[in-house]
Design a protein around this ligand. Structure first.
Ligand SMILES: [Zn+2]
Ligand SMILES: [Zn+2]
Length: 149
């Protein structure tokens, strides 16, 4: 018996955000097809680029009170008295070393996916394009609502 999903185009099943990401990646794939080294990781989402060093330097040190009875969610150990920690802009706190190691490989918060800026132009372009498409989509949805409600 054909399943419910077989009878639908997979695309129609996609979450709007997933569809937007896919379409944006496809655009980038076409635009930069001649230069795989530059965009490959981004298009394939194997990796996100590391966070920009200047962004990491801007991260604030939390107060000691914020660390009491809390644990670093990267290494899962409780904060000890002289531990160094950093506060992400999303307010999630991690050990300085744990977070820096993490941010050398990716640009988002391990807990909530809040993204720090990167030094990767292509990735920033991709994010910008994704945002533009998102707001276009929102505008169309609003227009639709105002016409049909
Ligand atoms: Zn840690
Ligand atoms: Zn976070």
């Amino acid at each position: 018996m054909a399943s419910y999903f077989d009878e639908l185009h997979v695309e129609e099943d996609e979450m709007p955000t997933v569809r937007l990401e896919r379409l944006t990646r496809e655009t980038f794939r076409m635009l930069f097809d001649h230069d795989p080294a530059r965009y490959g990781d981004i298009i394939n989402f194997q990796n996100t680029p590391p966070a920009s060093k200047s962004e990491i330097e801007k991260l604030k040190t939390p107060s000691f009170e914020e660390l009491i009875d809390e644990q670093c969610r990267i290494c899962l150990s409780q904060y000890q008295v002289n531990d160094k920690a950093l506060n992400m802009p999303c307010k999630h706190i991690f050990h300085e070393n744990c977070l820096k190691t993490w941010l050398e490989k990716s640009n988002f918060c391990p807990l909530c996916k809040f993204e720090l800026k990167t030094d990767n132009e292509m990735y920033e372009l991709y994010k910008q394009e994704l945002k533009n498409r998102q707001s276009r989509e929102d505008n169309i949805a609003q227009l639709h609502d105002s016409m049909f409600s």
